[in-house]
Ligand binder design. Structure first.
Ligand code: CA
Length: 754
């Protein structure tokens, strides 16, 4: 009896005494596993400073409110997970913080998952102050999420995510089981840093839900995050569920829009979009029912169509879940759109999308657009949008509807950095005065640097002189650092190995010295081979391919075969290329499979005697909507005796998730181009979204050929002369009608001298 009583007393005593939280410092994965076995609510596991390679980090257990189980770094930012590493969280009241993922990638479908397994999903848990830096799968088209949020009441905050280059949403909120719906998650104060153009669907930065579960409420709050240069695809945020709130986020120089793609009852308020005049920067796109868009500020946005500063879509009658539900009962009030290219209403109206917005109200919005007289584009009946008290600043001839009042008033920049009308009568029109755009210092972590400006050639300021000789150029490129310039003295440079380029480097001939020019000759099938994040600028040089090995796929510049490659820049300025004739398809630049070059620019250069193609960007042959170059410019150059086209760009399939490719070919002279047996064109553009071919002189060449696929491609062929060259051909694969092309000022003549 006594024994029992004392046992009982001991139990009471134990329950009444506050548990002392344990702290475990662990130095390797075995110690971590042992500690995880023992942890209880309130305990902390500290990962020792250093590199943790190939760490399948699992955190699960039962924390309590106010006494979570915590896994953190001995010192924030000093615990680096590399190689094949990832984090999975199960249980409840778990906190993970202070970790850095870099120099590797997740072997799983996620880098951070708020579930350990299908049966162990996280609740009331938090990931904070974690960095994921370029932790991308090496194959660009192998998909993963960096963050997958499941369960309920989880928070993802003050994290830093930069440089996702492979396919798949950066952060996805999943609703695929009932316990992950109506979830109350909060995603806040994160730094979503640069995400380069993916070149296909699957480049969203955030997606909440999917079309399949879009009828369910997610109830997720996304607030006070920064989206900096999130350029992955047309949707920066793809909202595919109901009841979400997007509040006070800052979108900086990000291509695409916050898209209310599927699901009803979402609120988008007090967000700030600053495009700084960058191409394809957009604002908010409205689809579905009961959406509120209130108090947002848009400035410097250059997107049009579905990427306008504000887009209100037409819907599909009785739309299936994966198409476009008609806009109904939208409230769009007190937004400001300044210095932006377009506001599109009833957007995308066509035979399928024939249901214009209904029962909607646009009130007290402020529009001002000094750069473009056609701010508004209206594509269908907008009588279902009640327009009240909207103001367009400045004198305008055309207005979308008489309900938008034109006023003359100046704008002045307020202390918060945003523009407001000076006229006090307009105090209640446009975005509210008390907006406070979130600062970069308020998001992410203080101990990990945010990426600076765009990369640029010559950025290091260092110039290294290189002397002629065998492989002196190979050694100089190997020794160069990011942004260096290699200055080649006049003379001959013989290169006997393919030069790998894995950084931004400029190779430049010294200004015309008395000794003559810098000439590069090479003996391998290629001269340069580009890797990920590389840039090659060539200036004032001659490249002679006369000594190159006869091999399949010869190319002066090629990409490496590692299966990945993004963020590449190639620039040729005042370069002469000759004697690429050792075999029948010797190209100048070949962009290989899974490569997406950001920008290829050729100016003021001369090409003669090339058996293949000048720029070959046609390796994505599966018709998934993928392609090899985002911006291609060829200008003010001459091309003589070129077997293939000067540009071959291919983007096949019916996907509509990208803005590119963008091609400009202007001011060039072409003679005898594209007449090799396998070639049928002097320029071949398939599925290019924007193309401008202007002021070129074609002589004795194969025709310009353009093939349009989906979407609304813009092709202009202007002011060219075609001598002894067949007329251009234009073909529409999907659009039913005469080919959509702007043709003006082109002249045609028979061969000049015959
Ligand atoms: Ca998408």
């Amino acid at each position: 009896m006594l024994g029992r009583l004392s046992l009982w007393l001991a139990l009471v005593f134990a329950a009444a005494t506050p548990l002392r939280a344990e702290q475990y410092l662990v130095r390797d994965q075995n110690e971590y596993a042992e500690a995880l076995e023992q942890v209880a609510a309130g305990d902390v596991i500290l990962l020792a400073k250093g590199e943790w390679r190939d760490f399948d980090l699992v955190v699960t257990g039962k924390g309590r409110e106010g006494a979570p189980i915590t896994v953190t770094a001995e010192e924030p930012g000093k615990v680096i997970l590399t190689g094949h590493s990832n984090l999975r969280i199960g249980g409840q009241y778990i906190v993970v913080s202070g970790l850095v993922f870099r120099d590797g990638y997740s072997p799983r479908g996620e880098v951070i998952s708020f579930r350990r397994s299908k049966d162990d999903v996280a609740h009331n848990s938090r990931v904070t102050q974690v960095v994921i830096d370029h932790f991308s799968k090496p194959d660009r088209y192998e998909s993963d999420y960096w963050v997958g949020i499941y369960g309920k009441n989880n928070r993802f905050d003050h994290n830093h995510l930069v440089g996702k280059t492979n396919k798949g949403v950066t952060l996805a909120v999943r609703l695929d089981t009932p316990e992950s719906r109506d979830n109350g998650h909060r995603i806040d104060h994160n730094y979503f840093g640069p995400r380069p153009v993916l070149g296909s669907n699957g480049g969203e930065t955030i997606r909440i839900g999917t079309s399949k579960y879009s009828m369910f409420r997610s109830g997720t709050i996304v607030e006070r995050n920064v989206f900096d240069r999130c350029d992955g695809e047309v949707e920066i945020i793809s909202s595919k569920s109901g009841g979400n709130v997007y509040r006070e986020n800052l979108f900086l120089r990000s291509r695409g829009t916050l898209t209310l793609r599927h699901g009803d009852d979402n609120v988008v308020e007090r967000n700030v979009f600053l495009g700084h005049g960058k191409d394809y920067t957009g604002g908010i796109r409205v689809i579905n029912r009961n959406q509120t868009v209130r108090g947002n500020y848009m400035e410097g946005l250059r997107g049009t169509g579905f990427a306008s500063a504000l887009t209100v879509m037409n819907g599909v009658p009785n739309s299936p879940v994966n198409r476009y539900v008609q806009v109904e009962n939208a409230l769009i009030e007190r937004n400001t759109v300044v210095d932006s290219t377009r506001v599109t209403l009833a957007a995308g109206a066509d035979e399928e999308r024939s249901a214009p917005p209904v029962d909607s109200l646009m009130r007290a919005n402020l529009f001002a657009s000094p750069t473009d007289a056609n701010l508004f584009q209206v594509e269908d009946d907008i009588s279902g949008i009640d327009l009240q008290g909207n103001v367009l600043l400045g004198e305008r001839e055309a207005r979308p509807a008489p309900q938008i009042e034109a006023r003359a008033s100046e704008l002045a920049r307020a202390a918060n950095g945003l523009l407001y009308p000076v006229d006090p009568a307009l105090a209640d029109v446009g975005a509210p005065r008390d907006l406070q755009p979130v600062a970069l210092s308020q998001v992410g972590v203080p101990w990990y640097e945010k990426p600076g400006a765009e990369r640029a050639f010559g950025s290091s300021g260092a110039v290294h002189e290189v002397s002629p000789g065998e492989d002196s150029l190979v050694n100089a490129v190997a020794a160069a650092r990011e942004g260096d310039v290699l200055l080649l003295a006049a003379g001959e440079y013989l290169v006997t190995q393919v030069i790998p380029v894995d950084k931004m480097v400029t190779v430049k001939g010294a200004p015309a010295a008395p000794g003559g020019e810098a000439i590069i000759r090479f003996t391998r099938p290629a001269l340069f081979e580009l890797g990920e994040d590389s840039g090659l600028q060539l200036q004032q040089l001659t490249i002679d391919g006369g000594q190159a090995d006869d091999s399949v796929g010869n190319s002066v510049i090629r990409t490496n075969t590692a299966g990945a490659g993004a963020n590449m820049l190639v620039e040729m300025n005042d370069v002469a290329v000759r004697n690429l004739t050792v075999n029948k398809s010797f190209n100048v630049l070949t962009l290989g499979k899974s490569v997406l070059a950001d920008r290829v620019t050729i100016r003021a250069s001369e090409f003669s005697g090339v058996s293949g193609t000048i720029v070959s960007a046609a390796s994505e042959t599966e018709d998934f909507g993928q392609y090899n170059v985002e911006y291609l410019t060829i200008a003010d150059s001459t091309f003589a005796d070129i077997g293939g086209p000067i540009a071959q760009v291919y983007r096949g399939g019916t996907d509509e998730s990208t803005f590119g490719p963008f091609v400009e070919i202007s001011g060039n002279t072409l003679s005898n181009v594209g007449k090799a047996p396998a070639s049928h064109a002097s320029i071949l553009l398939h599925g290019v979204q924007t193309a401008r071919v202007a002021r070129n002189a074609f002589a004795d060449s194969a025709p310009l050929r353009v093939v349009h696929t989906v979407g609304r491609p813009k092709t202009a062929v202007i002011g060219n002369t075609f001598t002894g060259t067949p007329e251009p051909t234009f073909k529409e694969l999907v659009f039913d009608g005469t080919p959509r092309v702007e043709l003006a000022g082109n002249t045609f003549a028979r061969r000049a001298a015959e």
